[in-house]
Structure formats: C-alpha cells, structure tokens
Design a protein around this ligand. Structure first.
Ligand code: UTP
Length: 408
C-alpha cells in the first residue's frame, strides 16, 4: 500500500493520527506500518456505537438443562457411548488460549501461571493432567488443538515444548493462531503501541473455528475422522475435558452442541445463563439479567434461568461447517490497553482505558439448531482463575483443588 492509499483509508475511518510519526520512521518501519494499515479492518470500530447501546435481543424463554439426577441415572449409558467415540478418535479438544488474561496481571500467557504451593503446578499442566485421565480410560490419545494469538504464540509453544508437553504425546497437539483486531480509546481512535504499530488485541474466543479452518486444521481434523470438538477455556483448572459422560449425553440426545453448566450460587452471580432466544439456544449474559428473568420460575416452580455456562462446549463439526461463514456479532469490551503517548513513551494502564472488539464462542451456540445444557457439580468441575485475588482467583482455585484431592 502506498502512503497516499494509506492516508485515504485512514481518513475514511477517521484514524489519520496513525501516521503521526511516519516522518520520523526508517524505511523498514514505514513498510511495516503501511502493511498493517492495509491489513487492518477498521470497520470493527463502528460497532462501538452499537455495542454501547446494547445489542437488540429476541424473546427469551427457558431452556431446560439435563440435571444431575437424570445424568446419574443414565451415567453408564452415556459413559459407554462417549468413551467409544473418544476411543474411535471422533472427539478432539480445543484449548482457547489466545486471551490476554489482563485481570490476572501476569505478562505471560495465563496457562504458564504456576498455582503450585509445595511444587510447580502450571495451569497448562493441570489441564493436560485432566485430559490424560480420559486418554488413559480410553486407551487413545485425544487430538488437542491449541489456539494462541500473535501476542502469546511464541511464549506458549516454547513453554509447552520445554516442559515436554507435560507428558502429552506432541504428535496429537496442533497449534493455530487467532486473528487480531485494533484496540481504541474511548473516543474510538485506535491506540498505537509503537510509532509504527497500531495496538491490536486478540479478536475474542468466537473466531476459533474460522481460524482453525483458515489454518487448514479443521479439514485435517475432519479427514482424520474427528466428529466432535470440545472447546474449553484455559482458566478452569478443574474442568473435565473430552468427558465421556458429557460426550455420550450429547450424542444420545442427537444435539448439534452441548454446554456444561453449573447451578448458580446466587441469582445475581456473574455467569451467562443458558436460555432460548426466539426459540433457538442462546445465552443471557449476567449484565442482561432483569429482575423478571431472575425471578422467573419453570413449570416445576424452580428458578427458570439458573444454569450458568462455564465455557466448556461440545460442537458437532458437521454443524460448525454449516455456520462457518456466518458473521458473529462483535462485542465491545473495556480493557487495559498499552499505548504510546504523544512523546512516544509506552504506558501500561492500571485501569481500563479503552475498548477491544471480540467475537464470543457463546454466539456460535445461537446459530445452531440445538444445544444440550448438561449440569456438572460446580465444586468438582469449576475453578476458574480470572483474578489474582478474591472471586475466581488463584486462591479460590487452590482451595477447590485441595477439596478435590489435588496436591499443589
Ligand atoms: P476471558 O474472557 O477470561 O478473557 O477468556 P482473557 O482475555 O483471557 O482475560 P482478561 O479478560 O483479559 O482478564 C475466556 C477464555 O477465552 C480465551 C481465553 O484465553 C480464555 O481461555 N480467549 C479470550 C481467547 O482464546 N481469545 C481471545 O481473544 C479472548
């Protein structure tokens, strides 16, 4: 792209300041900046207005979860069905590890965080140990796909290699990178992280399947016979991955997807809740919960919106293929965004100072015809690490690990 073309593109997007330092750059950095301008989709910034005013929602009605009682009574049947699928190589696992983990406050990828007390126990290690339980039961390796981003790919891959993939067979591990999106200040002007570089952030966890496809990994998985993908977050150190019982229940119910859910611990707990929206599976975010939804009851008189998602979903690949080209909504998220000031000095803010734009995995659910909410015991399967201290923190996750006999 020439400087004239760049000026035109930036002026159309109201982002002329991106070239503020152009005059002082050497040829190499000028080339880098022009290339980045060419490849950046500034149209995401227009979702700032939509995002702030809140996206229009359809009619919300309850979606019954499969609860522990029913699961226990059919456990053998589900387990057998799921284990057969795992053993036959039909189930892959997708670790979403492209996030920045800014709330935890470490510069390293979240999975590198050491939650050990008397020994080293890294988050990645905990997840792999959990997956190994199923590998042992099935006597077969589960293909593990790891999504990283431009910001943490190198650190993630070298860390896992250095630790011998914590005992996992590296032939069954595939890495791929997600896309990036520009990050902006509160006025919608993109930040600069270098004089020759627009600030970018990973574009959310919703683009994982299209990124898998772009990297040729989805096609490879399909030709290897993978039919189901269990997508999970990096930060829940107790979660069961490729859990045969969950896989079996989704297969037995002939659903396109399943979502592990936990009973909320309070009506206003900050988790998204499974529901139907205009008759299709969906998730109401905690900040969208009205008094009416919080107090609504189902036909048994129980709270109707009481099963929170824990970012552990099972998707049937053939259904993901059908929705691959669909554009997911962009969510505007307040974040701490490092930036350079007018003098070119880098700042790492302590509090959110702008917005990034994210697609979310939960919006994929809404595109599908059906999703089975599958209840799991929260004290056994839900120990997320979002913050350094307090709620959903290293402290709370350690306590839950201890409760489950995991030595740290
Ligand atoms: P979070 O919503 O907790 O975001 O991610 P985050 O960026 O990791 O953390 P904060 O908000 O900055 O503290 C939930 C899951 O989605 C993944 C994360 O790695 C985590 O497993 N994720 C998030 C991605 O893979 N890519 C993204 O762009 C965002």
């Amino acid at each position: 792209m020439t400087i004239e073309q760049a000026e035109k593109k930036l002026s159309a997007a109201g982002q002329e300041h991106v070239l503020r330092y152009y005059g002082e750059l050497d040829d190499e950095h000028r080339r880098e900046l022009l290339e980045q301008i060419e490849n950046t989709d500034f149209s995401v910034l227009s979702s700032l207005e939509d995002g702030k005013s809140g996206n229009e929602r359809g009619k919300i009605t309850p979606l019954a979860a499969m609860q522990l009682g029913e699961i226990r009574s059919r456990e053998q049947e589900f387990y057998k069905l799921g284990l057969e699928a795992v053993r036959a190589g039909k189930v892959g696992a997708v670790l979403l590890a492209g996030g920045m983990g800014t709330r935890l406050g470490s510069d390293d990828p979240k999975g590198m965080y050491n939650i050990g007390i008397t020994r080293d126990v890294y988050i990645f290690q905990r997840l792999i140990e959990n997956l190994m339980d199923v590998v042992r039961e099935a006597g077969a390796w589960v293909p593990l796909y790891v999504m990283t981003s431009d910001k943490n790919h190198e650190a993630t891959t070298s860390f896992l290699k250095k630790h011998g993939y914590f005992g996992y067979n590296s032939e069954y591990i595939t890495f791929f990178m997600q896309e990036m999106a520009p990050a902006c200040d509160r006025e919608g002007k993109v930040y600069m992280e270098e004089k020759w570089k627009i600030s970018t952030s990973p574009n959310g966890n919703g683009g994982w399947y299209s990124s898998m496809h772009k990297w040729g990994i989805a096609d490879k998985a399909i030709s290897d016979g993978v039919e189901w993908l269990n997508v999970f977050a990096v930060d829940n150190v107790l979660q069961r991955i490729a859990d045969p019982c969950f896989v079996g229940a989704v297969i037995a119910n002939n659903c396109a997807a399943g979502a592990k859910v936990v009973r909320k611990c309070a009506p206003d707990e900050k988790v998204g809740v499974m529901c139907l929206e205009d008759g299709r599976p969906s998730i109401v975010e905690y900040y969208e919960m009205t008094e009416e939804l919080m107090n609504a009851k189902d036909e048994n008189g129980d709270p109707a919106y009481y099963f929170g998602v824990i970012l552990n979903y099972l998707f049937r690949i053939s259904d993901l293929e059908k929705i691959r080209e669909k554009k997911l909504p962009l969510h505007v998220v307040e974040k701490k965004i490092p930036f350079i000031d007018d003098e070119g000095v880098l700042h790492k803010p302590e509090a959110p100072n702008g917005y990034k734009f994210e697609q979310l995995v939960l919006d994929m659910i809404h595109e599908l015809d059906g999703c089975l909410p599958f209840e799991v015991e929260r004290n056994k399967e839900f120990a997320p690490i979002k913050n350094a201290v307090g709620v959903d923190s290293v402290e709370s996750a350690r306590a839950l690990c201890k409760e489950n006999g995991i030595e740290l």
